[in-house]
Design a protein around this ligand. Structure first.
Ligand code: PEP
Ligand code: MG
Length: 775
């Protein structure tokens, strides 16, 4: 039965925004429809006939003129049943994944609601269907075990806006359809079932490097696939009881985990668990689950339904913090499914193969730490930004991670062979033997190199001409402290204090900050630790600080600008540092200083805190060294005024480079556009280093630039004698410098600063080659 002119029944908002049809009652919920669908499924006839009846029922229930089901068959989306479109098009109309609106829904596994589908750039007209008279379209993916197996679409003649409840209703119906398809009784089901069978084709995918490195291993799914076999409830009150019991058992589990001892990363697991706890008691979430059961779903299907909503919301949100929180909620839904299945402790962390590569949509840092580090070789995330907590922790653990690989989980099977090439942000699934071979060779070379660096740990960091070079590490998490011993570095040249702030859901209290800094200083012993005050803003977001949308966050209200405007924040931090270093040495550094006055104001705050301790007769650090980052070019022209006021300078080449070349450091298209080995940057740094030297003030470079042997060589050539870098770079850089004659390089470079070339890379490489420098 299809509607006449008075349809649709829900509010119509034609283009231009003038309501021409009065709003009517919302369409009936899916509960009655689900009952009806079950009856249809039990009726006589071929499965195709039953599917045709199903779409007719959906069209009626959703007050739509058209309802169509497309199923993935031999990699195409094939029209399997339709009410409203030309019936002859069934089994004839085919779309590629990504083609047209239906293909778009399948490609992104997300619903689409359009008041005027035909003006959408993705609209692909299929004449055999006769669909040009339908303007509005609502489509949802049909998912089975998180894989797209088809698309369910309703269409209306009028340009109407679909409502959120209608999307949800259609998603519920799509779940039931997925169950029908998986039963394997549709025509051509041999091909259809293939979509739920293990795929066998090799493929390559790109993502973003969240942590560098190379790993080869087998796919382990972080969330074991939970098959929901039954979607329609027989007994709704019983399903509610099951849901409530599972929720209670899950809460209990989270509570008990919270009571367990803390992990190595201070407070971190705890913070994530606190977030879980908060969600587990969130009445909004629980109400949604109950509503889904009320609509006629089993408890498991209800959890998946609501989980689907969370995922759609996640796709629409760009704020990294909110995405993380939604990811936490998604993880909690998985936990709930395990409780419903009676397997609350099932975890991929148990029975981990020796060379596990973990795949997850998103993941919290605490979960990563659940895995045996000796067996976990790499991680691939569908979500994940470099500011996500898990990326920070993975870097500290030296686990290669690629993020942003959309839809990868649906394309793999546990046990698949996979190569994670974190250096080039790509992965290879089920690679051909020669690809594996090539990567195995580079992995072996890499491991041999690491072993060699470990053996060279004790070698002095002295160049061939006898120049002693201080090699320091960049750190930010307690887990980094081990690297200090492993590398035998001279100290921590940059302690990014904001990392500890970023891995928590709330601002760390003064005592917690003091405890962290004390642990760092204790561990470092005689080795200096340069604590940088909070460098937040830009891409480093603190959720609890509130956030303004900025057009140019990198040049916005960040780092020292923010903390000078919120002095209480800075005071608490400085106080914590002073207390932690009582009776010992303390190095404090301010980030993003752009003018001398900013340094003076920050320094004044620090001095006041010292005075405060003295007046309270509390112990103060034995020695206090205060310096600044040089990241903003303007500061270089104020060095004559600045240098007498500071104890040291540290060049932040990451930010300096972006401001020198006006090139966003996070922009993928600009990543290699300008070279740090350009005459401009090297001449600039040369000038800065000379000024610091004449003033007798130590200068370090702590940006990523110093971590690459050729770049590090050039930096020594311009006169730097202190480099701070990620721990993994210490070995290669030390090997380079031990083979270098600095005066010879300085002489060679002196003629190059005025070069008109884009880069001095080629010349420096040639110098290295001719002089036996290992780069
Ligand atoms: C830099 O800008 O070079 C630097 C070391 O600081 P961050 O990378 O933390 O901005
Ligand atoms: Mg910086």
């Amino acid at each position: 039965m299809r509607g006449g002119d008075d349809r649709p029944a829900s509010p119509v908002r034609p283009d231009g925004g003038k309501a021409t049809t009065p709003a009517r009652a919302a369409p009936p919920g899916p509960r009655g429809l689900l009952r009806r669908l079950r009856e249809v499924m039990a009726e006589a006839g071929t499965v195709d006939e039953r599917l045709a009846r199903v779409v007719r029922n959906i069209a009626t229930n959703m007050v739509a003129e058209v309802c169509s089901v497309y199923l993935l068959r031999n990699d195409d989306l094939e029209l399997y049943a339709t009410e409203g479109l030309n019936p002859d098009a069934v089994h004839k109309t085919r779309l590629k994944v990504g083609e047209g609106l239906v293909g778009d829904i399948a490609a992104h596994a997300r619903p689409l609601m359009l008041a005027d589908a035909q003006t959408h750039p993705q609209f692909a007209y299929k004449p055999e269907t006769g669909e040009e008279i339908y303007h509005s379209l609502l489509g949802v993916p049909i998912l089975r075990d998180n894989r797209v197996i088809g698309v369910l679409v309703v269409q209306n003649k009028t340009r109407r806006q679909y409502m959120e409840e209608e999307v949800e209703a259609l998603e519920t119906i799509a779940m039931v359809l997925a169950e029908m398809v998986a039963s394997g009784q549709l025509s051509g089901s041999e091909d259809l079932v293939a979509v739920t069978r293990a795929p066998t084709m090799p493929f390559r995918a790109d993502g973003r490097t969240l942590s560098e490195g190379l790993a080869i291993g087998t796919v382990v799914l972080h969330e074991p696939r939970i098959h929901v076999d039954k979607t329609i409830a027989d007994d709704i009150p019983h399903e509610k009881q099951r849901l409530d019991a599972a929720v209670a058992s899950m809460r209990d589990q989270v509570d008990r985990m919270l009571e367990a001892p803390d992990s190595d990363i201070v407070g971190e697991s705890r913070d994530v668990l606190e977030t879980y706890k908060m969600f587990a008691h969130d009445t909004g979430w629980l109400a949604k689950l109950h509503q889904a059961v009320d609509s006629g779903l089993t408890a498991e299907a209800a959890v998946q339904r609501v989980q689907g909503d969370t995922r759609h919301r996640m796709q629409a949100i760009t704020d990294p913090y909110l995405r993380e929180r939604l990811a936490d909620l998604d993880d909690l839904a998985n936990r709930l499914l395990l409780h419903l299945a009676g397997k609350p402790y099932q975890s991929a962390a148990e029975n981990l193969p020796d060379n596990a590569i973990l795949l997850a949509r998103a993941m919290g840092p605490a979960e990563l730490l659940d895995y045996d580090r000796r067996k976990l070789q790499g991680v691939v995330l569908e979500e994940g930004s470099s500011v996500s907590h898990v990326a920070i922790v993975a870097r500290a653990l030296s686990i290669p991670v690629i993020g942003g690989v959309e839809g990868v989980i649906a394309r793999v099977e546990p046990g698949d062979m996979i190569v994670v090439d974190g250096d080039h942000a790509q992965l290879f699934v089920r690679p051909a033997p020669d690809v594996i071979n090539a990567f195995q060779q580079s992995l072996a070379l890499r491991q041999a190199r690491l072993a060699k660096y470990a053996a060279q740990r004790e070698d002095p960091s002295v160049t061939r001409d006898g120049t002693r070079v201080a090699l320091l590490i960049n750190a930010g998490l307690l887990i980094d402290l081990g690297h200090l011993d492993e590398t035998n570095a001279d100290g921590i040249g940059l302690y990014r204090t904001e990392l500890q702030f970023m891995v928590r859901p709330t601002m760390p209290k003064a005592e917690a900050q003091t405890a962290i800094y004390r642990r760092v200083i204790d561990h470092a012993g005689d080795r200096p630790v340069v604590f940088r005050t909070l460098d937040i803003g830009g891409d480093k977001v603190l959720p609890y600080l509130g956030r303004q949308v900025e057009e140019n966050p990198a040049m916005g209200w960040r780092a020292i600008r923010l903390t000078l405007d919120r002095p209480a924040l800075l005071k608490v931090q400085l106080r914590a540092m002073l207390e932690a270093a009582a009776g010992r040495s303390l190095h404090v550094m301010f980030p993003m200083i752009a003018e001398v006055d900013e340094f003076r104001r920050a320094r004044r705050l620090l001095d006041r805190e010292v005075q405060r301790l003295v007046s309270l007769r509390k112990p103060v650090p034995l020695k206090l060294a205060v310096g600044t980052m040089l990241e903003v070019p303007a500061l270089a022209w104020q060095l004559p005024a600045l240098l007498p006021l500071v104890d040291f300078i540290s060049i932040g080449s990451n930010d300096l480079m972006q401001f020198m070349f006006a090139a966003d450091r996070g922009h993928p298209k600009l990543a290699d556009r300008y070279d740090p080995l350009s005459p401009a940057l090297l001449a600039f740094l040369h000038w800065v280093v000379q000024q610091c030297r004449s003033a007798g003030k130590p200068v370090t470079l702590c940006g990523e630039m110093g971590s690459r042997p050729l770049e590090a060589m050039a930096l020594l050539g311009i006169g730097l004698e202190r480099l701070s870098m990620p721990a993994s770079a210490i070995g290669p850089v030390k090997e380079m410098l031990r083979s270098l004659d600095v005066p010879r390089l300085a002489d060679f470079m002196s003629g190059l600063y005025r070069s008109p070339e884009h880069s001095l890379r080629a010349q420096l490489e040639e110098f290295a080659r001719e002089n036996g420098v290992i780069v």
